[in-house]
Design a protein. Structure first.
Length: 131
C-alpha cells in the first residue's frame, strides 16, 4: 500500500494548478488534501462475485478516492437520493480507473456477475476526508 500512497503524492504534485474552483469537485478535494498521504487511510475492498452492498452512507469517512484494482467492472456503484427510491445514477469503473466520491451520499454496490463466476471485485480505497 505504500506504493499507492507514493503514487497519490506524485499525482497530487503533478496536478497542482489544475483545479476547477468548485468546492465539491472531486479534483479540488484531492488537490486541497493536506499531504502526506498516510498508509492507514488506505485499504483494499473485496466484493464477492454475486454479492451486493445495500444503500448506505459511510459513518467514518466523508470523501474517498477509489482505484480499480481487479475485476472492477464486475460491480456498479449506484447513488441514491433516498433508500426507498431507485438510484439517481450509477458508475461502473474499470481496472486502473480512479474516482472520488462523497461517501456521505447514499450509495450501494451491485454485482453484475453471478455468484458462481468467481469474479470477485477488488478496489483500493483511500480516505481523503474523515468524518
Amino acid at each position: 500500500l505504500s506504493e499507492v500512497t507514493d503514487g497519490l503524492s506524485l499525482l497530487h504534485d503533478k496536478l497542482q494548478g489544475t483545479g476547477t474552483g468548485t468546492p465539491n469537485s472531486g479534483l479540488d478535494i484531492f488537490l486541497n488534501f493536506k499531504k502526506p498521504f498516510k498508509i492507514n487511510h488506505c485499504s483494499i475492498i473485496k466484493v464477492m462475485a454475486g454479492s451486493s452492498v445495500k444503500a448506505h452512507i459511510d459513518m467514518e469517512r466523508h470523501f474517498a478516492l477509489n482505484i480499480g484494482l481487479k475485476n472492477s467492472s464486475s460491480c456498479i456503484t449506484y447513488f441514491h437520493n433516498r433508500v426507498d427510491e431507485p438510484p439517481e445514477h450509477g458508475f461502473q469503473m474499470t481496472d486502473g480507473s480512479v474516482y472520488i466520491f462523497n461517501t456521505k451520499k447514499l450509495h450501494s454496490v451491485v454485482s453484475n456477475v453471478p455468484a458462481d463466476s468467481g469474479i470477485d471485485r477488488y478496489i483500493i480505497t483511500y480516505t481523503l476526508v474523515w468524518g
